[in-house]
Design a protein around this ligand. Structure first.
Ligand SMILES: Cc1cc2nc3c(=O)[nH]c(=O)nc-3n(C[C@H](O)[C@H](O)[C@H](O)COP(=O)(O)OP(=O)(O)OC[C@H]3O[C@@H](n4cnc5c(N)ncnc54)[C@H](O)[C@@H]3O)c2cc1C
Length: 527
């Protein structure tokens, strides 16, 4: 059958659980039962992180459904035809919801979207176009709420000349987003083949030939790429949420296995080196979660603000989002790879979850912008949005809160020193030549991540302390020590035994009373 994708039947259950029971897209835009207000994008980001514990691949269609709704809700509501897609994308009704997708990448341009060659020719009907071209990577290929970029006749080259269209799987006179009306027919496109991928098998990714496919223009034809960037911010953060889920699941698998498996006379989680591994994984997981959810709250703040791109929330999130995506994606691959090793030979074998997590993780640094492309974006944001002007006070505010607690003061001071060095690095790259700035861009992005994640963890630890819980102090201090506190000789002679002494607290969420903290946290070696 033409343009038909066969799905595993269990995916229908995943869809219902995600869109209809959890209301992943619905509750972002409409108040759920028992609430007066919609829950915002943080609801979707949290849902995606949890979903990724089970199936990172399905985070892709879920995030594109919310992402397409963000764009169409904001820029397409004036057109009743597009309004119907907004309603369907944000529906939690099993009989009415549809999913989203985005067809940007062409053979000659994934990172370089401005190289897109797909053309759009207006029909007799205003706002309805025929699209012709080839889209090279199309995930959730048969979605009804698909967004695609194309160039109208005479439009300029590059991203400026791209317009945004809804290009549904089916079209009908009535404009029925589910394609269930009697006159519904397949759109004029050919799903040439599905890619034979390493992972994320729950989402079909294919090649599509648009052969005069019907496309409904969204908003101003000159603003297509700008509209897409609103979706991209969310997609990149969703990617980071998927990474958090993979890191969390791999940590869980590693912890459970290590608590059960015996070697050399004890369970393997009794051995110092494995305690260190698990402590590092747990700390990375909490840092990644802290960073991603801080960025997610900014996204909601920006959407609620009247100042749009001028708002402090937007300027800060534009810096943090590409960095969140870049760093957590790489960590998801590294963590999944190491979790395989913790499970020994079994970790490499199909059926033990770590193997699937590793295959699924590997796409996260690639799609939604590779690490290099995101690093260049960070340079662009610093130059155009001057985001450092809001970043520095945001870090200082967090460090000031932490410094009020004796247990956090030294770590806060360490991060304050690093912030000063980071500002010097930013200023240097702003004045250096383009090639040199690019050479250092990924270093800079990772430095921003470490400083902001440390400050956020310290701030969260200070809130927990005020509430009588000292555990996160240990996590925050461990993160700071690992990122910035290395003593000479790589710390090998430092006497630091945190991973042994605080293993239960950090890795097994053992409770720590604030008064226990001082001596317990940094006990020097006594043997
Ligand atoms: C499974 C899967 C599903 C996908 N689904 C979709 C989808 O649904 N919709 C969609 O539109 N796209 C999708 N993509 C495409 C994806 O977004 C692109 O593959 C990705 O953006 C990279 O683009 P590219 O493949 O053209 O690589 P290229 O842009 O050719 O990059 C190749 C390498 O060059 C590096 N590079 C490029 N420019 C620079 C530079 N200036 N400086 C330094 N290094 C640079 C990159 O970092 C990368 O390492 C999917 C990809 C995969 C693998």
């Amino acid at each position: 059958m033409a343009n038909h994708v066969d799905y595993h039947p269990a995916l229908a259950d995943t869809e219902l659980a995600t869109y209809c029971e959890f209301g992943l897209a619905h509750d972002v835009f409409h108040a759920p039962d028992g609430r007066d207000e919609p829950l915002g994008l943080t609801h979707a980001i949290a849902g995606e992180a949890m979903l990724s514990y089970a199936d990172p691949g399905f985070v892709c269609p879920a995030s594109m459904t919310v992402g397409a709704a963000i764009v169409l809700d904001r820029f397409g509501r004036d057109d009743p035809r597009i309004e119907r897609y907004v309603e369907a994308l944000t529906s939690d009704d099993p009989e009415a919801y549809v999913e989203g997708a985005m067809f940007l990448t062409e053979k000659q341009g994934g990172s370089d979207v401005g190289a897109n060659e797909t053309t759009a020719v207006e029909t007799d009907e205003e706002g309805v176009y025929e699209l012709t071209g080839e889209k090279w990577f199309c995930s959730n290929i048969d979605a009804e709420g698909t967004l695609a970029l194309a160039r109208r006749e005479g439009a300029p080259e590059g991203t400026k000349g791209l317009s945004l269209f809804v290009v549904p799987h089916t079209v009908s006179e009535e404009g029925d987003p589910r394609g269930e009306s009697e006159d519904a027919r397949l759109n004029d496109q050919l799903y040439r083949r599905l890619k034979d991928k390493l992972g994320t098998l729950s989402v079909p990714t294919g090649e599509v030939e648009l052969r005069g496919a019907t496309g409904y223009l969204v908003g101003d034809p000159e603003q297509g790429f700008r509209y897409m960037t609103e979706m991209l911010n969310f997609e990149r953060l969703s990617n980071a949420a998927a990474s958090v889920g993979i890191i969390g699941r791999c940590l869980l698998e590693a912890k459970v296995y290590a608590a059960d498996r015996e070697a050399f006379g004890s369970t393997i989680d009794q051995h110092p080196l494995l305690r260190r591994d698990l402590t590092e994984m747990a700390t990375d997981y909490e840092a990644a979660s802290a960073f991603v959810f801080a960025a997610s709250r900014l996204l909601d703040e920006y959407r609620a603000s009247d100042d749009g791109h001028e708002s402090d929330a937007f300027r800060l999130l534009r810096l943090l989002v590409p960095i969140a995506k870049l760093r957590t994606a790489r960590e998801s691959v590294d963590t999944a790879s190491y979790a395989c090793e913790v499970l020994g030979g079994n970790g490499y074998v199909s059926g033990f979850t770590t193997e699937r997590m590793l295959r699924d993780a590997q796409v996260l640094p690639i799609w939604e912008g590779t690490s290099n492309v995101l690093s260049l974006d960070v340079l662009r944001v610093l130059a155009k949005q001057a985001s450092h002007e809001v970043f520095v006070p945001a870090v200082e505010e967090r460090l000031d809160a932490a410094a009020e607690h004796d247990a956090l003061a030294a770590a806060a001071e360490t991060v304050r020193d690093e912030l000063a060095d980071l500002q010097t690095a930013m200023a240097t790259l702003a004045t250096e030549d383009r090639d040199y700035a690019q050479l250092q861009a990924k270093e800079l992005a990772n430095y921003v991540y470490d400083v902001f994640a440390a400050a956020e963890l310290l701030d969260m630890a200070s809130e927990d302390l005020a509430a009588g819980d000292g555990r996160r102090v240990l996590v925050a201090r461990e993160f700071v020590t690992r990122q910035f506190g290395r003593e000479s000789g790589r710390g090998i002679a430092s006497g630091d035994r945190t991973a042994m002494d605080q293993f239960d607290a950090i890795v097994r969420y053992g409770s720590v009373a604030p008064e226990e903290l001082e001596g317990a946290a940094s006990a020097p070696a006594d043997d």
